[in-house]
Design a protein around this ligand. Structure first.
Ligand SMILES: [Zn+2]
Length: 373
């Protein structure tokens, strides 16, 4: 275990991690603050998977991991031109999305804190992941979802035994309902709870190991609330701080143009999050009109010399079908990253010597209805 505190982004107060705190009383977001250890010899003696890196995670050394047998997801070469392009197949996790990384670590920490009941809100994938890992750890879960969430995703949440609450209105209405319910309870939010990012950062460690302990030049990822993007940023920054990589990958965050508050904020001076009215998009997993950690996301992209890109519904559909015809079936949210990849390639943004990694964040098996004929 590494010593850590939970530091408020707003007022700077450090909170004791032995308390079940998920937000600062001032209303600020908490971040895990620590110096992770990277005992490489010890890592290499363990089986592949995210718990291989436990000395680099802010969980108690005594804690027994809440695990459903997460694999080290494959990193496979998909293209050699215009550069070497690798897909990181995070849809191969037990509940079909990368959110299992965050849920496994968050539930491990929650159980260690003695939590017996938790609240989560999600448009689908995170809710399923929290429900599954809550079930695995014997914790009762109540998951709030928008009434419009896909049946395939909400069915998973109930299958794992969590209580499902459907909230009419916008995604923001769902978050507010969960926030209200979480007062006096434990909020296992993939957005607010900093231990979720402790899990998602392990994708950086895996990519680094699978690439022979080097970093790629680019990582292109969908971004809504930023749980994948921030995980990538935190993980590679910690590797850099430990002297294990020299240059951070450029991080490209991709949104559906129909709901792109981060793209708009990134391009505004001064940078500010404007109220966005989200139009319908196939990329439901990132249809977030008010990303809570927006400042942190913009900062991470800026530090990496990356960018934020919006892609059209036509481009998402085109990427989805193109890659399905190559054997890679993914959810539309994941296809946004490949739409942006095609756009950047057409603009000659990649050098022939570059390596690009695209995490495939969610399974296409949850959204096959579009292919029915
Ligand atoms: Zn505070």
């Amino acid at each position: 275990m590494v010593d850590h505190v939970l530091r408020c982004q707003s007022c700077g107060v450090a909170h004791d991690p032995s308390q079940s705190t998920w937000a600062c009383p001032c209303g600020g977001l908490l971040d895990v603050e620590m110096s992770p250890c990277f005992p490489l010899e010890r890592f290499s003696q363990r089986p592949p998977g995210l718990w291989r890196y436990r000395e680099a995670l802010a969980v108690s050394g005594r804690a027994k991991p809440v695990s459903l047998g997460e694999p080290q997801t494959p990193l496979v070469e998909a293209d050699r031109t215009p550069c070497r392009t690798l897909l990181k197949l995070d849809y191969l996790f037990p509940t079909g999305s990368f959110k299992d990384r965050g849920a496994s670590v968050l539930l491990t920490q929650s159980r260690e804190l003695g939590v017996t009941f938790l609240i989560e809100d999600s448009s689908g994938n995170a809710g399923a992941a929290i429900a599954a890992y809550a079930a695995a750890s014997g914790v009762r879960a109540k998951v709030f979802v928008p009434a419009t969430a896909s049946t395939a995703k909400t069915a998973l949440i109930t299958a794992y035994g969590a209580e499902l609450v459907k909230v009419p209105g916008t995604r923001a209405n769902t978050s507010q309902a969960a926030w209200d319910a979480a007062q006096g309870a434990y909020y296992a939010s993939h957005v607010w709870n900093p231990y979720f990012l402790e899990g998602t950062k392990t994708i950086a460690f895996e990519i680094w190991e699978q690439m022979g302990r080097t970093a790629p030049d680019w990582v292109i990822t969908p971004v809504g609330h930023g749980t994948m993007l921030l995980g990538v940023a935190i993980g590679f920054r910690q590797l850099q701080q430990a002297g294990l990589v020299t240059v951070l990958p450029r991080i490209v965050g991709v949104q559906a143009a129909a709901c792109a508050p981060l793209v708009q904020a990134f391009g505004s001076r001064p940078q500010a999050l404007s109220p966005t009215v989200a139009a319908a998009t196939a990329a439901d997993g990132i249809a977030i009109d008010q990303p809570v950690r927006w400042r942190q996301i913009l900062q991470a992209v800026t530090e990496s010399h990356g960018r934020l890109i919006g892609v059209s519904e036509e481009a998402i559909e085109d990427a989805l079908v193109t890659w399905a015809r190559r054997g890679w079936l993914m959810e539309p949210t994941s296809a946004t990253a490949l739409a942006a990849y095609a756009h950047l390639a057409a603009d000659h943004c990649f050098a022939a010597t570059d390596t690009v990694v695209v995490p495939i964040t969610g399974s296409g098996s949850k959204s096959t209805s579009r292919f029915l004929t």
